[in-house]
Design a protein around this ligand. Structure first.
Ligand SMILES: Nc1ncnc2c1ncn2[C@@H]1O[C@H](COP(=O)(O)OP(=O)(O)OP(=O)(O)O)[C@@H](O)[C@H]1O
Length: 372
């Protein structure tokens, strides 16, 4: 467990944040300039705040009141940067050994064979970084960080330098990291997709303050908190793969409701997280007939929140979970939508982007803490 309480003033900006990060991935989520990197820089020991306390697995890294501020190399941190920052003259194997070399003697650390397997880099061990793709470099960098026996991993926008294809290639490895490694990972992102797929817990920042904290489902489905803006709004559903159909569709069950998506690779029984973008949800007051869309979910309007412009966000509680829909205020008025009223959400099977579909665990639950 990581416990953080910080206060710091820059000339035009005040950071005032208090949160806890359990094992798994805690995403610091917010727009540019909200203070995410400042939190990470303080946790890393690169910036000494005006006031604050940070403990990691019970160890005090920072306590300004008692004059404690451990230097970065004594904090037992693993870093994952935007670019891998591997040593170009060393092979992958040697880069990984370099990480292990930093582990304190006797420290419990991941076994290198397991890390190599976890990250799927066994076939790359004899190559030098120049012969790796961006995504492969990043996987090696994650391995190097894990092998240094860190008590905390800091990942500052680790996917930002990768194109969409590489991003979706590496997301499953972060999912495995979340589910199989017991070290807390503090992960900076301004991408709702990354939050939906990866977060064990989310700390949403706005102008240096925490505006919401909770599971990915809780934070992303709250229309009063849209750290990435209304355009990026979208809720997260948890669903289980039921069966693959011969016509190329996969049927999932979400809270007892069937959902159809283009064929997924996961086997029946797999737990999935799906981010359904608010702009991909159409609302209808009555159950629509004669419509091509396969997914029609009845629900109750929990909230109708007008935006600054012509749009509004509607939060609809369905048996599958809460959905957000972005519609115009004009449509909301024409349909007579109001809090407490009923409506149907219509989602096209093909509208959910592959980058928004990931493996469990359940998005609405913070998983059990693993003792460190
Ligand atoms: N050394 C500094 N001196 C003065 N102001 C600073 C300093 N470092 C950061 N700031 C300000 O603090 C605020 C938060 O910056 P920070 O880098 O933490 O944001 P961020 O959420 O990580 O943004 P981004 O997503 O763009 O990286 C910004 O307004 C920034 O200008």
């Amino acid at each position: 467990m990581l416990e953080v309480a910080l206060r710091h003033d820059f000339a035009d900006f005040t950071l005032d944040a208090r949160f806890e990060a359990p094992a798994g991935i805690t995403i610091l989520f917010g727009r540019s300039g909200s203070g995410k990197s400042t939190v990470v820089n303080i946790a890393a020991g690169l910036l000494r705040p005006d006031a604050g306390k940070i403990t990691s697995g019970g160890r005090v890294l920072l306590d300004t009141r008692n004059g404690v501020c451990l230097p970065p190399h004594r904090r037992r941190l693993g870093y994952i940067f935007q670019e891998g920052r591997l040593f170009p003259h060393l092979t992958v194997r040697q880069n990984l050994r370099y990480g292990a070399w930093f582990a304190p003697r006797g420290a419990a650390r991941e076994e290198s064979g397991r890390v190599v397997e976890l990250l799927g880099i066994g076939h790359l061990l004899d190559r030098r970084p120049g012969a790796l793709s961006g995504g492969e470099k990043q996987r090696v960098a994650i391995g190097r960080a894990l092998l240094s026996a860190p008590q905390l991993i800091l990942a500052d926008e680790p996917l930002a330098a990768l194109d969409e294809a590489r991003k979706s290639g590496i997301l499953p490895y972060f999912e495995r990291l979340r589910d199989e490694v017991s070290v807390p990972i503090l992960y900076v992102s301004h991408s709702a997709s990354e939050v939906a797929r990866l977060a064990t817990s989310v700390v949403a920042l706005e102008a240096g303050r925490i505006v919401r904290q909770g599971s990915a489902a809780e934070v992303l489905s709250d229309p009063s908190v849209l750290p990435a803006g209304a355009r990026e709004a979208g809720a997260v559903l948890t669903a289980r793969v039921l069966r693959h159909h011969a016509d190329g569709l996969t049927e999932l069950a979400a809270g007892g409701v069937p959902l159809f998506l283009p064929r997924l690779a996961q086997a029946p029984g797999s737990e999935m997280r799906l981010r359904v973008a608010a702009h991909d949800v159409i609302l209808s007051r009555d159950r629509p007939e004669g419509l091509s869309a396969l997914n029609i979910l009845p629900g109750t309007i929990a909230e109708l929140r007008p935006g600054d412009g012509p749009g509004a966000i509607v939060a609809l509680d369905t048996p599958a979970g809460r959905l957000l829909a972005r519609i115009t205020r004009r449509s909301a008025a024409a349909l007579g939508l109001a809090q407490g009223g009923s409506a149907h959400a219509v989602i096209k099977a093909v509208s959910i982007a592959p980058a928004d579909i990931g493996a469990g665990p359940r998005a609405g639950e913070t998983r059990d803490l693993i003792p460190e």
